[in-house]
Ligand binder design. Structure first.
Ligand code: ASP
Length: 589
């Protein structure tokens, strides 16, 4: 139907006759001459119809935005002075000879030929129209380039692309499962995979040695953050390999993608133990573009009367941390109130602060509602420890360590972005030496990564002190976002059972849920490990989008629904009966 894409017709084709197809992006009537900008995937081309070609002129006159057309015409140079340097086709225009309307279009729900603010619900409802816009075309093409790069890279490094099931059993990655009822085994359910974790490990037992998959994963989580119920992982596993090699290969892959697709050299990836990341940044995914750090001051505040500080300072599970913000003394009362509200999301009960106005006047040069509670001496010692300068503000968090880390860690990032304190554009890193487990609110233990992660110690040592045991896990972090995580795995049956025991999974439940894994570990499982990257997040960071929804063709809303297809949908009773399901009346809260 066409000889060229619209966006590809350059001055190289001057005087040639071309045929192209696309959508009418814009139509203008310039005193008896009709101009059409016609758009396809490769870009726009300008077409001119003059009244001499009567039939074509009349058709061109009748088309409207987003009509689908096929046009034949002659390429000619644009008149001097009307070139557009910003367009690939900006030096030429087409003198239209023939135009066929291949399809009409109703008035678009939002204009596509100019920027106009459109609510996300409208965009998602008409996603197929939204995807016609430049940014979305760019994002999805960019995504394609990155996945192609990844496939080539992994192929060259000996990784085999192998698919794993979507209808499967639960894979514990810490979220709720999406369940699918079985018609042939009524009363039983498949779970959609939270990750291909166990299958990729079994492929190592089978001797495939190096595996990858660009895999859909499903997690039924509350979508408070920028998450999707289904998302894509670059899932990798390899045998006879240690953490160094896995980190080297995957770091090489990410560096290559940035170099080739963005021309960015990510440089070295510093490594930081989990404990250091928590102490200095209050986060296991520190944003190292921001120079600020949390500083412990509990030792100075243990003996004061003021319980808000003294309590957590004395509590072994408490923390009192200070955050110095350069230039922050300019923050208004209202802004500080807003940051106080912000940290309350993370459970902080308040946000104490000290402004440094004139340090040369000692404590009199400071401004704060809390100096009278913590004492002048302590205040000055804190100022010294933080090495403050005039114009700084110091914020404090005092609570359980978990709350202080989350609240002040998040405040650090927010202030870094709000006050534009970023020191560089890209800050990649590895976080290593994660603990194996963390304590749950009911006093039990849960795996920090997943229960198949190898510990750095023997089963006996693990049993003796599970809370302090470290794992052989590693996370790649970029700009405060966890890009990927992985670990060396347990390949020894006894070790796997020890971990299950620590997690309070009875022998019976072990057999029921993971019997196939425990069996497989008996039949010569090689040492192995791997990692999975979040593809959506990677692309989001690379294109500079605000949300992963901007890099997914058909994403779900924050409430895990698709407003275009209206999924999830109601199912007829007949279909429910087939799978042995009867609905309960809706619970009213
Ligand atoms: N399965 C893990 C995850 O989805 C990644 C890995 O350990 O390779 O987080």
């Amino acid at each position: 139907m066409r000889s060229h894409y619209c966006g590809d017709i350059t001055e190289a084709y001057i005087d040639q006759t071309v045929t192209f197809c696309g959508w009418v992006h814009r139509r203008r009537d310039h005193g008896g001459v009709i101009f059409l900008d016609v758009r396809d995937r490769e870009g726009l081309v300008q077409v001119v119809f003059d009244p001499d070609t009567v039939e074509a002129f009349n058709t061109a006159d009748s088309v409207r935005s987003e009509f689908v057309v096929q046009i034949t015409g002659r390429v000619r140079a644009r008149p001097a002075g009307s070139e557009n340097e910003n367009m690939n086709t900006g030096k030429i225009e087409i003198l239209g000879k023939e135009i066929a309307v291949l399809n009409k279009a109703a008035t678009p729900p939002f204009p596509l030929d100019e920027y106009s603010p459109v609510g996300e619900d409208v965009r998602l409802h008409y996603r197929y129209m939204d995807l016609r816009r430049d940014e979305m075309q760019h994002n999805l093409r960019f995504r394609h380039k990155v996945t192609t790069h990844i496939r080539n890279f992994l192929d060259q490094n000996g990784f085999l692309d192998i698919e794993t099931p979507i209808l499967t059993r639960a894979t514990p990655e810490g979220a709720r499962d999406y369940l699918v009822p079985s018609r042939t085994h009524q009363g039983s359910f498949f779970a959609l995979p939270q990750s291909p974790q166990l299958f990729k490990q079994l492929l190592m037992v089978s001797g495939f040695d190096r595996y990858y998959q660009i895999a859909k994963c499903f997690r039924d989580e509350d979508l408070r953050a920028d998450r999707q119920p289904e998302f894509t992982q670059i899932d990798i596993e390899a045998s006879f390999i240690d953490e160094e090699q896995i980190m080297e290969i995957t770091q090489g892959m990410i560096k290559g993608i940035f170099k080739e697709q963005l021309g960015v050299d990510l440089g070295d990836f510093p490594r930081m133990p989990y404990s250091e990341a928590m102490t200095r940044f209050g986060s296991d995914k520190p944003d190292l573009r921001i120079p600020m750090e949390l500083v412990d001051v509990a030792d100075l505040l243990q003996d004061i009367e003021f319980k808000v500080f003294a309590g957590p300072a004395k509590d072994p599970k408490g923390r009192v941390a200070a955050l110095k913000v350069p230039g922050g003394a300019e923050l208004s009362r209202k802004q500080i109130d807003e940051y106080t509200k912000y940290v309350s999301i993370y459970g902080a009960k308040g946000l104490a602060w000290i402004k440094v106005n004139e340090l040369e006047n000692g404590v009199n040069g400071l401004q704060s509602p809390i100096i009278k509670f913590i004492g002048e001496d302590n205040t000055m010692k804190i100022m010294e420890r933080l090495d403050v300068k005039n114009g700084d503000i110091v914020f404090f968090g005092a609570d359980k360590a978990k709350i202080v880390n989350e609240a002040i860690g998040a405040l650090r990032v927010k202030l870094g972005l709000d006050l534009n304190l970023l020191e560089k554009e890209w800050a990649p890193m590895w976080v290593v030496d994660f603990p194996m487990f963390e304590e749950t609110s009911d006093g039990g233990l849960t795996a920090i990564h997943h229960p198949f992660t190898a510990p750095s110690c023997s089963p006996e040592e693990l049993k003796a002190d599970p809370v302090n045991a470290l794992s052989r896990a590693y996370d790649m972090v970029l700009n405060g976002v966890e890009l990927g995580g992985g670990s060396l795995r347990i390949h020894d049956q006894q070790m796997q059972q020890t971990v299950f025991e620590i997690l309070n999974i009875s022998e019976e439940e072990q057999q029921e849920k993971f019997g196939f894994l425990l069996d497989a570990l008996k039949f010569g499982a090689p040492p192995h490990g791997g990692l999975a990257f979040g593809l959506d997040r990677l692309i989001m960071l690379m294109v500079g989008a605000d949300s992963i929804r901007e890099v997914i063709a058909f994403p779900k809303t924050q409430s895990a629904a698709c407003v275009m297809t209206d999924a999830p949908g109601v199912v007829e009773n007949k279909n429910l009966r087939e799978v042995g399901i009867q609905l309960r009346p809706k619970e009213t809260k």
